[in-house]
Design a protein around this ligand. Structure first.
Ligand SMILES: [Zn+2]
Length: 354
């Protein structure tokens, strides 16, 4: 049996606010906030959690890209024959409107997914509350007969995570911790729906310098290139683009062809017609120092991005630092393995040498 396929629709795109002036809000400070920012951040966490739980993820709209038309998304899901679709959104509404909610077509099995999500979101994100009883069943002729709910051949749920037009609700949507819990509610519910055991963020050793050292860096040279969810040429998981650079942890031979294993746990061809490779020449001399984890558990990150959580490390773990970075008002250490941890002294201690 193949992997279970889940379709993820990230609501709207990079260009939605800029071109239409909708799906966002002007703020009192003169700036603005876009719904897409929430949708895509949650989508990224959902994506990696699903891959960690061995699902195949169909993502018709690439990361950080403009809005993909809804019919293209629905066609992609139908063509791939995905088993379930979840669309990620946040809501606009009347002044003071509150609460998250889930939409599904009447009679659809997505109603079962909705039951599970209502339970999991209610437990993981109780502060956001529900809009009404949290469920809006859609049907022809009703206001909520949303295109994605009826254009897909498979159970489809559309989730609104609260109202960004209400300050208190939007502040939660902006909070990385709320984003993470929202993503976990989606994925826990997907696991429950397919009776797959849910174990949260993967506790891999990718942050450990001993178990997963970087051997180098691969740069994508082809315009577009598949990457793989496992060391299997059939297990296409999505595409990467020219210019993207990834940390390589291993080189493998798969059915006679070379493949790179990446620090994220995904795989890429090592064929020099499509990629170029640069060995990691870092030596002990390059280190900045060492970081020791003081918190009982601490997130580590796949990139210099606080929302890119990949798992946790434990009190007492020590890692080699290769760089110190300012990220979104905080400080991060880049580790020799290519992953990142906070440099906040409340949680970690810096050692110049051991
Ligand atoms: Zn939306």
């Amino acid at each position: 049996m193949g992997k279970i396929k889940v379709g993820i629709s990230i609501g709207h795109g990079e260009d939605t606010w800029d071109t239409k002036g909708s799906k966002g809000i002007e703020l009192d400070n003169g700036g603005h906030w876009e719904e897409f920012w929430f949708n895509e951040k949650v989508g990224k966490i959902v994506y990696y959690l699903l891959k960690d739980h061995n699902f195949e993820v169909i993502l018709p709209q690439k990361w950080d890209s403009n809005e993909t038309p809804l019919d293209e998304k629905a066609d992609a899901f139908n063509e791939a024959e995905v088993d379930l679709v979840v669309a990620i959104h946040a809501n606009a509404g009347a002044d003071g409107a509150e609460g998250a909610c889930i939409f599904h077509w009447t009679g659809s099995n997505a109603g079962h997914y909705a039951d599970l999500w209502l339970e999991n979101f209610g437990r993981l994100c109780p502060e956001q509350g529900f809009h009404g009883n949290g469920r809006h069943v859609a049907d022809w002729g009703q206001w909520n007969a949303f295109y994605m709910l009826h254009a897909t051949d498979m159970p489809t749920a559309l989730i609104e995570h609260g109202f960004f037009t209400t300050d208190e609700q939007r502040e939660r949507l902006q909070d990385p911790d709320f984003q993470d819990r929202s993503a976990q509610a989606i994925v826990k519910s997907i696991c429950d729906y397919f009776t797959v055991e849910y174990y949260g963020h993967r506790q891999t050793e990718t942050a450990s310098t001993d178990d997963s050292p970087s051997i180098g860096f691969v740069t994508v040279e082809a315009q577009e290139l598949y990457y793989y969810g496992s060391a299997d040429w059939q297990d296409k998981a999505g595409t990467v683009e020219a210019g993207e650079v990834f940390t390589v942890t291993d080189e493998l031979h798969v059915e006679g062809y070379k493949m790179y294993e990446l620090v994220s746990g995904t795989y890429l061809t090592a064929n020099e017609d499509y990629v170029s490779f640069e060995a990691d020449e870092s030596t002990e001399d390059d280190y900045v120092g060492f970081v020791e984890v003081e918190a009982t558990k601490l997130y580590y990150y796949g990139s210099a991005d606080w929302t890119d959580k990949r798992g946790t490390v434990n009190k007492g773990d020590i890692f080699t630092i290769v760089e110190t970075l300012e990220v979104g008002g905080g400080t991060m250490y880049k580790l020799k393995s290519g992953t990142y941890v906070t440099a906040n002294e409340d949680y970690v201690t810096f050692h110049e040498e051991l």
